[in-house]
Design a protein around this ligand. Structure first.
Ligand SMILES: Nc1nc2c(ncn2[C@@H]2O[C@H](COP(=O)(O)OP(=O)(O)OP(=O)(O)O)[C@@H](O)[C@H]2O)c(=O)[nH]1
Ligand SMILES: [Mg+2]
Length: 376
């Protein structure tokens, strides 16, 4: 240690010397030496103290701070690398969990060549039923296609039907029905924007939800943003009166109230409101299905709403599930086509017309967790 000052204190009383040292140096002194002497038969003390060189000390502290800081940065970097590695491992484990947790492989699966087996595993990990995944994999193999997006896209229409309701260019009403909170109001706005913007058609929105004032307000906001007129008619009489005006539009997107698939009484009520429109003009009915629901529950949703007569499905909230294979599983078990998928809360952007490419991309694309991790 360096000292800026080295001082000697002397006296007969050691305690008093130390008090003096403390006073003179503000308690900063460090004892360097001490001597006891006899002068004229009396004890005499000499104390040598040093005042540490604080400037030097500060420099040293600063220096050590610098070293500490760069060491900390290296440490943080190492931790971040570790986190990245853990993320990768976690995603890998997650992808395989679904596969492993299912029953052991059957002989047909075991016979698959390695590349085909990896693709099959990928499909299963994304929620596609094992038997469907096997059939798709074999199809790709037998058609000598690659195990990639293009390969899947080439065979996927064997398993589900696609229909773009906007492609025929006919004047029509499209009504959106489905369980509560599935995304009907938001999707109605998205569809109207899709048609108004891409096809430059006259589009209107019709709100029929009589229970939720919020739905009307929500719709008003969307209609304003997109410059699309909004009509509100909440009972068959009002609809009847309004129909002549509405039938002048190329497309009217009709929002309905959300009802549980088990609430058959109210589903019938929606059906009777919609038949006011269907009796007079072309009406197509889309059932909205939340993609993150279990396949078994979705089957019950379809059953519950079958009373209304469904023309096609819209799978919503695809961005909220790691298992979009559900879309394919449901597509396989019904003759009903799929029209759109919705992929987020943003109106009007987060909607896509369903197609083999779009569905294959969703199935083989990164799961939502990866998307969020990549974003953050
Ligand atoms: N993540 C995600 N959220 C969505 C999507 N579509 C709609 N939502 C959100 O889901 C919530 C409900 O959407 P709404 O459009 O009000 O649903 P609704 O079916 O009209 O609801 P009810 O009228 O109450 O039956 C809102 O917070 C929407 O922003 C989607 O594709 N992805
Ligand atoms: Mg609504």
């Amino acid at each position: 240690m360096k000292y800026s000052v080295i001082k000697k204190f002397s006296g007969k009383n050691l305690l008093k010397i130390f008090e003096k040292v403390k006073e003179d140096t503000n308690g900063n002194a460090v004892l360097l030496g001490y001597e006891e002497k006899l002068v004229g038969g009396e004890k005499f003390y000499e104390v040598i103290v040093g005042i540490p060189d604080t400037k030097n000390k500060i420099e040293k502290i600063e220096k050590s701070k610098d070293t500490d800081f760069s060491e900390k940065i290296t440490e943080i970097r190492e931790i971040l690398e570790k986190i990245e590695e853990l993320k990768r491992e976690f995603l890998y484990v997650r992808e395989n969990i679904e596969f492993i947790s299912k029953k052991t492989m059957n002989p047909a699966e075991i016979r698959l060549p390695q590349e085909a087996l990896n693709f099959f595993k990928k499909l299963v990990s994304r929620g596609i039923e094992r038997s469907i995944a096997l059939s798709i994999t074999e199809d790709i193999m037998n058609s000598r296609l690659n195990f990639d997006l293009k390969g899947l896209s080439s065979v996927v229409s064997k398993y589900m039907i696609f229909r773009n309701p906007l492609a025929d260019g006919r004047k029509k009403f499209i009504s959106l029905v489905g369980p509560t909170g599935v995304g009907k109001t938001t999707t109605a706005a998205k569809i109207s924007a899709l048609y108004a913007i891409s096809k430059s058609k006259n589009v209107a929105l019709l709100e029929t939800d009589r229970y939720r004032i919020a739905s009307v307000d929500q719709m008003k906001k969307y209609a304003e943003i997109m410059g699309v007129p909004l009509f509100v008619a909440t009972n068959p009489e009002e609809i009847r009166t309004m129909l002549p005006k509405l039938m002048k539009f190329d497309l009217v997107v009709v929002d309905t109230m959300g009802k549980s698939q088990y609430d058959i009484k109210n589903i019938k009520r929606i059906s009777s409101v919609l038949s006011e429109i269907g009796n007079q003009t072309k009406l197509e009915i889309a059932l909205l299905i939340s993609t993150s629901q279990k396949d078994e529950e979705i089957v019950l949703v379809i059953k519950g709403f079958s009373e209304i007569g469904i023309d096609y499905f819209i799978f919503t909230k695809v961005d909220e599930t790691s298992y979009p294979g559900t879309i394919l599983n449901i597509g396989c078990t019904t003759e009903t086509p799929i029209a759109f998928i919705t992929t987020g809360q943003s109106v009007p952007d987060d909607i896509k017309i369903a197609s083999p490419d779009v569905i294959s991309d969703v199935i083989l694309g990164p799961p939502p967790l990866t998307m969020y991790l990549l974003k953050t």
